[in-house]
Design a protein around this ligand. Structure first.
Ligand SMILES: [Zn+2]
Ligand SMILES: [Zn+2]
Ligand SMILES: [Zn+2]
Length: 145
């Protein structure tokens, strides 16, 4: 799985005329090992060899190549994870509007299917052909509630 992930990541970067450098590989490794989305400071902590100056640029490139997904939160701290296309792990997020924490959140497959169907119907009425969905819940986490 890990080897395959790196092959996919390298192929996506190549399409952008970018190389899969050791720093980019370190970032992907850290994201894969994490049990949730990471902020840049958290990533840097796990990638001591990656200079902060290059982390921003590398993450932007990885995002552009669709290796990394940036989660929009309510605070200024962006969080990153590997894209679902790479991990084949479809899920949603619980975003706390108070402390900014982001937790991965899975919906049972039967509910996902109903959700897909309902979304297809609504979007289809506008002539839009949906490929996948992406949504996050914003509220208060258990600690902040
Ligand atoms: Zn919170
Ligand atoms: Zn996630
Ligand atoms: Zn879903």
């Amino acid at each position: 799985m890990t080897a395959e992930l790196h092959v996919l990541a390298a192929a996506r970067l190549r399409r952008e005329d970018q190389r899969y450098t050791s720093n980019r590989r370190a970032l992907v490794d850290a994201l894969q090992a994490a049990d949730g989305p990471l902020t840049i400071p958290e990533l840097l902590e796990r990638c001591p060899g990656v200079p902060q100056s290059s982390a921003y640029r590398n993450l932007a490139l990885l995002e552009q190549a669709r290796v990394v997904h940036r989660i929009v939160t309510t605070d200024e701290f962006a969080r990153f994870e590997l894209t679902e296309e790479l991990t084949e792990d479809h899920h949603h997020h619980l975003i706390c509007s108070r402390c900014g924490s982001v937790t991965d959140f899975s919906v049972p497959p039967s509910l996902e299917r109903r959700l897909e169907k309902a979304l297809d119907e609504v979007a289809g009425a506008t002539g839009f052909a949906a490929e996948h969905h992406r949504f996050d819940l914003v509220g208060r986490c258990a600690d902040c509630a």
